[in-house]
Design a protein around this ligand. Structure first.
Ligand code: ZN
Length: 285
C-alpha cells in the first residue's frame, strides 16, 4: 500500500506546502502515534518530495528518490543511538551530545541537496522505535535547540515518537506536530458506541449533554477507557473512508487529539461524566 493511499491527508498537506513554496512547513516536524514505521516512511516520503529531480510521485526513479529508498542518500540522515555515530563515540543507549555536534558541524558547509535529519530510536532488530527522554536526553536536545528553532536553508529536522510528551517540552514547542494514526492491526470495532455516537459530526450543539449522558450510561457496564477506544476506532474508520475530504479529515484528526486527552483524563481518575461532557463539548459544534 502506498503511503499516499494510507495517509492522503498528510501526504497532500506536504505536497501542497511544497507546491506553494511554503518552506516554513519543512523546518522542524514532530510525528507521533503508535505506528513508528509509518512515521519513518512518511519522513522518507518528505525527503523524496524535497529532493526529487522530477515532478515527484511515489514511483519516481530519479537518482535522489532511488538513493532515499535504499537509504543511501548523502543528505538524508537517520539519527539514532546506533546511526550517525562519530567513530570514537562509545555511547550505546542514547543519541549523544557528540552526535549533536557532528550534525551542527555538517551544517557549516553548504549542500546541493535538501538535508533531512530523521531522529528516532532503533530496536535490537533494527526496527524503528520512538524517541523518549531516556534515548534523547536533555543535554543532547539542548545542544540542538537553536538549529531546530531556526534550521539553515534547505534543512529539515523530523522527530519520531509515540507520544508527544515523550519529548522534552523545549523540542515539542519548536516543532510542527502531526499525529500519524496507526492503521495496523486495528479492528475498528466501535460496536459499543454505534447506537450513541455514530455520525456525531451531524449532532447539534444543543444536544451535547444528552450525548455525554448516553456515553456515561454506557460506562455502567463498560470501562470508560473501552468506550473511548471505541470512539477512537470509529473516527479512525471515518478517516480511512474519507481520504478525499480534506476539511473533514482535518476535523477528525483534531477530534482524535481530544479523544487522546480524554483517555489520559480517565487514566488520571477524573470523573468519567466530566470527561465525556468535556469531550462532547469539544467535538460537537
Ligand atoms: Zn524523484
Amino acid at each position: 500500500m502506498q503511503l499516499s493511499d494510507k495517509y492522503p491527508f498528510l501526504t497532500n498537506y506536504f505536497i501542497q506546502a511544497k507546491n506553494s513554496e511554503n518552506y516554513s512547513v519543512f523546518q522542524s516536524l514532530l510525528f507521533y502515534g503508535s505506528d513508528l514505521q509509518s512515521q519513518y516512511d512518511l519522513a522518507l516520503y518528505i525527503s523524496k518530495l524535497l529532493n526529487c529531480e522530477n515532478n515527484f510521485n511515489e514511483y519516481c526513479n530519479c537518482q535522489n528518490c532511488r538513493w532515499i529508498d535504499s537509504h543511501e542518500h548523502p543528505a538524508v540522515i537517520t539519527v539514532s543511538k546506533v546511526d550517525y555515530k562519530p567513530a570514537d563515540d562509545k555511547t550505546k543507549t542514547v543519541i549523544s551530545i557528540n552526535q549533536a555536534k557532528m550534525i551542527k558541524n555538517s551544517l557549516t558547509t553548504t549542500s546541493d541537496y535538501h538535508r533531512v535529519f530523521i531522529f528516532c530510536d532503533k530496536g535490537n532488530d533494527g526496527e524503528i522505535l520512538g524517541l523518549n527522554k531516556l534515548n534523547f536526553q536533555e543535554e543532547t536536545a539542548n545542544a540542538l535547540l537553536k538549529i531546530i528553532e531556526e534550521p539553515p536553508k534547505n534543512t529539515t529536522f523530523i522527530f519520531l515518537t509515540r507520544d508527544k510528551n515523550d519529548l522534552l517540552q523545549t523540542i515539542q514547542s519548536r516543532c510542527m506536530a502531526f499525529f500519524v494514526p496507526s492503521f495496523e492491526f486495528e479492528s475498528y470495532d466501535y460496536s459499543l458506541i454505534s447506537g450513541v455516537f455514530e455520525n456525531y459530526f451531524t449532532f447539534e450543539r444543543k444536544n451535547v449533554f444528552d450525548v455525554a449522558g448516553e456515553l456515561f450510561e454506557l460506562s455502567n457496564n463498560n470501562s470508560p477507557l473501552k468506550i473511548l477506544e471505541n470512539i477512537q476506532n470509529y473516527i479512525l474508520s471515518l478517516i480511512k473512508n474519507n481520504g478525499d475530504n480534506k476539511q473533514f479529515i482535518f476535523k477528525l484528526i483534531e477530534d482524535l487529539k481530544v479523544i487522546e486527552t480524554a483517555k489520559k483524563q480517565v487514566q488520571l481518575n477524573i470523573n468519567p461524566q466530566n470527561v465525556f461532557e468535556d469531550l462532547c463539548l469539544k467535538i460537537i459544534k
